[in-house]
Design a protein around this ligand. Structure first.
Ligand SMILES: *[C@@H]1O[C@H](CO)[C@@H](O)[C@H](O)[C@H]1NC(C)=O
Ligand SMILES: *[C@@H]1O[C@H](CO)[C@@H](O)[C@H](O)[C@H]1NC(C)=O
Length: 494
């Protein structure tokens, strides 16, 4: 083949994300070859490229032809289901690749799988990137947030493409080299965990406004639209406003009220919580959002429980609109509670990233990660610019909560935050995400916790020893013996 007709890059795996990313790359002027085992997928993509503006995209029908249609060093993005399909695709393509070529996995892969593949394929001299891609279908087509990790050389080979293809914000394209090994996948995983938290917190704000405040769907649409022009401006708040506007097309009322209250999930949220536990990092808001998805899945059990507890005499008042509520005040309070809860959730996610970075030596730049999430991805929000600046001010910031600006905002909002959570609790409306965030804040900010008592208990039953506030060393006390000897001990009461 004449080298001038070779494509700059290739993409294999033409499901929704793959097709859209391929068209995006072609549209930015980079000739691309596409491949999928299912030939109809190739035809479909070629057809779309033609219809969407005669884009420089070529369909290929065998792994060999596909690989040979690329300029060297070859770069191939694969977008197939995580796990085995990735290994199969790598096997099919790498047979035809040469040392210096590169495979870029754009799926939501477990970071350790990427690290294993980096090792395996390095035997053939092939480079590898695990690249988080966020933004769904729309983002892939018009500008996603990209989180490439692995071989820096491989990143350099396609940096110009990634910079053009990524979402653009005022301080640059939403892509950066994340770090070695599985760093890109890991960062994408935590992004998704944060996304779980955001969605949970928004759903709680909705629940409180609807069930405590008695707001209608059209009022909710207006409130969320209004919030989207302030500190909460974000993709998720924007789409939430839209959701409340959609009428049911096969019945009366609004569509949102007809949707079964069972949440699906694909695993990145669970991984985030597992990793937090592995690294001893508290991530209660993200964990609460995961627990809520599990509980939502028990629809039938919850219906039964509702009936049993009603039978047992549970006050019907719980869960009903409070009379005499000041709607305007409630709406303003919920906005503040949502914002403060969100700061705590991001603080957890960022600290998880920091802990993993320290463990793996990834050298993650947290401010830069916040920056590349400002556009393209699902958690994109104006607020991420503030996070970026917080880490620019102090790259070693222990927690977002103690950044001077965020600290001020948390303090300003805590009254509203406590009112919302208190009101929800007394109304029997569960707000696990907001409660987890508030408890995280209150636990983190308190110089003294009741952990002294836990240490005493551990020393009593397990001789685990304890430290003292007033002198160094490990101490052990015969708690029971002393307590029961002394006149005021437990035994003396018998
Ligand atoms: C091709 O398409 C099918 C079905 O859409 C998919 O399951 C498969 O993983 C795709 N990828 C490749 C590389 O063949
Ligand atoms: C719910 O209750 C019904 C009727 O008692 C029972 O048949 C069903 O197994 C229960 N479901 C669950 C998931 O507990």
């Amino acid at each position: 083949m004449d080298s001038s007709t070779l494509s700059r890059i290739g993409l294999a795996g033409l499901a929704v994300m793959g097709q859209n990313l391929a068209l995006n790359i072609a549209e930015k002027g980079f000739p691309i070859s596409v491949y999928n085992r299912t030939t109809s997928k190739v035809d479909e993509t070629v057809d779309r490229a033609h219809r969407e503006g005669s884009l420089p995209l070529t369909g290929q029908y065998s792994p060999r032809e596909f690989v040979l249609s690329l300029q060297r060093p070859r770069s191939v993005i694969i977008l197939v289901k995580a796990g085995n399909p990735v290994d199969q695709t790598i096997a099919a393509l790498s047979d035809h690749m040469e040392p210096g070529d590169c495979i870029i996995d754009g799926g939501n892969e477990w970071y350790e799988n990427t690290e294993r593949r980096i090792q395996q394929i390095s035997n053939k001299g092939i480079l590898y990137l695990g690249m988080g891609v966020s933004g769904g279908e729309e983002g892939a087509r018009n500008g996603p947030s990209l989180m490439p990790g692995g071989s820096y050389q491989a990143y350099s080979n396609i940096q110009d493409i990634l910079m053009k293809v990524a979402a653009q914000v005022e301080d640059g394209p939403c892509v950066t080299y994340i770090g070695e090994g599985g760093a890109g996948n890991f960062v994408k995983m935590v992004h998704n965990g944060i996304e779980y938290g955001d969605m949970q917190l928004i759903s709680e704000a909705y629940d409180v406004l609807k069930h405590v405040g008695g707001l209608s769907n059209s009022e909710l649409a207006d409130i969320f639209a209004e919030w989207n022009s302030g500190e909460l401006e974000s993709f998720l708040v924007e789409i939430t406003a839209d959701i409340f506007k959609v009428k049911d097309d096969i019945g009366d009322g609004y569509l949102v009220d007809k949707i079964l209250d069972k949440t699906g999930m694909k695993g990145t949220g669970k991984w985030t919580v597992q990793q937090a536990a592995e690294l001893s990092v508290a991530a209660p808001t993200i964990a609460a959002s995961l627990d809520c998805r599990y509980l939502s899945g028990l629809k039938e059990e919850r219906e039964n429980a509702s009936a049993v507890l009603k039978e047992a005499g549970l006050n019907e008042e719980a869960g009903f609109v409070k009379s005499g509520i000041d709607k305007k005040r409630l709406i303003d309070d919920v906005r503040q509670a949502l914002y403060a809860s969100k700061i705590c959730s991001y603080a957890q996610g960022m600290n998880l990233l920091r802990a993993k970075s320290d463990e793996k030596g990834w050298n993650l730049n947290l401010g830069e990660l916040a920056r590349i999430w400002k556009g393209g991805c699902i958690i994109r929000a104006v607020f991420l610019d503030r996070i970026k600046k917080a880490y620019q001010r102090n790259p070693n910031l222990a927690s977002l909560i103690v950044d001077p600006e965020f600290a001020k905002e948390m303090v300003q909002r805590q009254g509203a935050w406590r009112r919302v959570v208190g009101l929800a609790i007394s109304a029997g409306i569960s707000t696990p995400g907001m409660c987890a965030s508030l408890a995280y804040f209150d636990t983190y900010r308190r110089a003294r916790l009741p952990a002294n008592l836990v240490q005493a208990q551990r020393d009593l039953f397990g001789a685990h020893t304890y430290e003292r506030l007033d002198r160094p060393g490990a101490f052990h006390t015969e708690w029971t013996k002393i307590a029961r000897q002394s006149g005021t001990g437990v035994a003396a009461l018998n």
